[in-house]
Design a protein. Structure first.
Ligand SMILES: Cc1ncc(COP(=O)(O)O)c(C=O)c1O
Length: 356
């Protein structure tokens, strides 16, 4: 039976709201959660009616396959409010498509678009008051799917849960970060799951990142697993490099997430008349550019931080500082994107989606 997802989203409102306890002027990133969540279960070979329920714990059997075989994927997106209280999402269909790309790679069932989009919109309408409006803040939205089906047999589960939860959030990073170029560990490999937003990719990053933290670096610049000669990503962000006036980023691949911020930056940079190159970048090229003064900027790009400027990097025991520039590409591109997201500028690309 076809499910009409708009009419069939059942809503159970929470009896009390936690919103009065939240200090919207001092929000950390992803630490407090709104009143409701969307839940949809996959059973008997199909996604069942989605519903919106009070934010609450999930109960699972110890034999649920998520605990053993890591079938777990997620997305990250944001809702924004303009000065007239209109609510917008940014390129949400791209998140939906990427969730299903991840699902396919992890042998999980793909979600119908109507379930994701209508469920998301209904949830955001209900959580409208949870969208912060101060500079740099937004309602961070976390759609995720995991295996609830049981068994100690290493094979795909037969049941899954899809949830969307929301966290009113301030800026992801405060200030510039120092990064370490990774020479030993890898976050992904050819033929692996690096292009998917699979939970295990992040678990695998934590230990090398802790080692970098212990050495005074906030993040790791991932390099290719084969030679460690090419830069690939900046922590959980895509990486951009400015050499003289050219903005460079690396091509996406099996190993690199196809970031929505990355592709938005590429489009906007070209529209701004910035010389853009998408090509492989050697660590040696970064070092040389730093030494001869042509390395002007290095930044990470992703939904959480939008643009995260890097102040310097470490490689083989040596530190390289980035110059302090007045007008950076990073700041310009961040402003252009956030202006589109928050309805402060036109949206010639049709990226902004009004929710209510
Ligand atoms: C590994 C990785 N790279 C890049 C990104 C940036 O992607 P997006 O701009 O779609 O948030 C993310 C965050 O989602 C990520 O986890």
């Amino acid at each position: 039976m076809a499910i009409n997802y708009t009419e069939d989203i059942q809503i159970e409102k929470s009896k009390t709201s936690k919103i009065a306890n939240v200090d919207f002027n001092n929000l950390a990133f992803g630490r407090v959660f709104s009143d409701h969540m969307l839940v949809c279960d996959f059973r008997n070979g199909e996604w069942q009616n989605p519903s919106i329920v009070p934010y609450q714990p999930v109960t699972l059997e110890p034999s649920a396959k998520i605990f053993h075989y890591g079938q777990s994927i997620f997305e990250g997106m944001k809702a924004y409010k303009d000065s007239d209280n209109n609510v917008f999402l940014f390129r949400p269909v791209d998140n939906f498509n990427r969730l299903n790309i991840s699902a396919k790679r992890l042998a999980m069932p793909e979600l119908p678009e109507a379930c994701f989009m209508n469920g998301l919109k209904e949830l955001i309408k209900l959580e409208k008051d949870w969208i912060p409006t101060s500079e740099g803040s937004s309602l961070y939205i976390r759609p995720f799917m995991f295996a609830t089906g049981q068994g100690f047999h290493a094979s795909p589960a037969n049941a899954y849960k899809f949830i969307i939860a929301c966290a009113p959030s301030g800026s992801y990073f405060s200030g510039k970060v120092k990064v370490l170029i990774e020479e030993k560990y890898s976050r992904s490999a050819n033929g692996g799951v690096g292009f998917a937003k699979a939970g295990g990719n992040y678990a695998g990053q934590f230990y090398p990142t802790q080692l970098a933290n212990n050495r005074g670096y906030q993040q790791v610049i991932w390099t290719d697993d084969n030679t460690h000669e090419y830069i690939e990503e900046a922590g959980a962000m895509n990486i951009f490099v400015r050499i003289n006036d050219t903005l460079l980023t690396v091509p996406t691949s099996d190993r690199i997430l196809d970031g929505i911020t990355r592709k938005s930056i590429l489009t906007i940079a070209e529209a701004e008349g910035i010389d853009v190159e998408v090509r492989k970048i050697k660590v040696a090229e970064l070092i040389e550019a730093s030494e001869n003064g042509s390395l002007k900027e290095l930044f990470g790009a992703g939904t959480a931080a939008v643009v995260s400027p890097i102040s310097g990097f470490g490689f083989k025991g040596k530190n390289y500082e980035l110059p302090e520039l007045e007008n950076t590409y990073g700041a310009l591109l961040k402003k252009r994107i956030t202006d589109i997201q928050t309805n402060k500028s036109d949206d010639p690309y049709g990226w902004r989606v009004k929710v209510c």
